[in-house]
Design a protein around this ligand. Structure first.
Ligand SMILES: [Zn+2]
Length: 235
């Protein structure tokens, strides 16, 4: 066994959850290692000879630690808070393109309304975004902010724990979510959507996805993300 095994694990993991980027999978796997040296030792199981195995484990351990350090830090969203995003939601397409607010950019070729895939952490908006009513735009923007929180929970594993516990509805035999919050089918998307719905209609979330409701409140509190007025975890 060697480093390739780790890459194989990433691939298997990614096959089962193809919506995750390789980077997300690697971070998740690395974050789940209780003890890197123990992991490295386990990964050398197939090697004969203690000496050879120790040497290989040391190399793997170094690689694992380097890779863990390289995992990108989440860009913390501090410019806009959920309750101030309406200012962005109200902008016309023309005004937005002319002077995108800090932390935003426009992409005329974007197929979806918005995403948060920009490597610098900016929210990208496309033409479809501006076809939505202002209220809906606001929720879309909160969903995108929710991806910062979601990314944290993918790294600390709590998004996967919630998914496994059934917080986002049933899974099929392949372990894939069948229909989560508003039809989202990945742990990460469900966390981002849970955060958006918490702002849009918290009582609905609490009623239909109670575990997700409590999970997202806990995650928001733990990681310093604002909660809407009057929302409590009821515990
Ligand atoms: Zn999303």
């Amino acid at each position: 066994m060697n480093w390739v095994v780790f890459d194989d694990k990433v691939r298997c993991f990614q096959d089962a959850q193809p919506w995750l980027s390789r980077q997300q999978v690697a971070s998740t796997l690395l974050a789940s290692f209780d003890e890197i040296s123990e992991k490295a030792w386990k990964m050398t199981e197939g090697l004969r000879g203690t000496h050879e195995r120790k040497a290989k484990a040391a190399v793997i351990e170094k690689q694992l630690r380097a890779r863990r350090k390289k995992a990108p830090a989440t860009v913390k969203w501090t410019t806009w808070k959920p309750d101030s995003l309406v200012e962005v939601a109200k902008l016309s397409k023309e005004a937005f393109i002319k002077a995108p607010p800090a932390g935003f950019k426009y992409d005329a070729s974007l197929h979806e309304e918005a995403n948060k895939n920009d490597p610098t952490g900016r929210i990208t908006l496309g033409p479809k975004f501006f076809e939505l009513p202002v209220n809906t735009r606001n929720i879309v923007l909160i969903h995108e902010i929710g991806h910062d929180l979601s990314d944290i929970t993918l790294r600390d594993g709590s998004a996967f724990e919630l998914a496994d516990a059934g917080a986002f509805g049933k899974k099929n035999e392949r372990g894939e979510l069948m229909r989560g919050i508003n039809g989202k089918y990945t742990p990460g998307e469900n966390m981002a959507e849970a955060y958006a719905v918490l702002w849009e209609d918290p009582s609905w979330l609490r009623k239909v996805f109670p575990m997700a409701y409590h999970g997202i409140i806990k995650a928001a509190k733990t990681n310093g993300f604002p909660l809407p007025k009057g929302v409590t975890d009821g515990s």
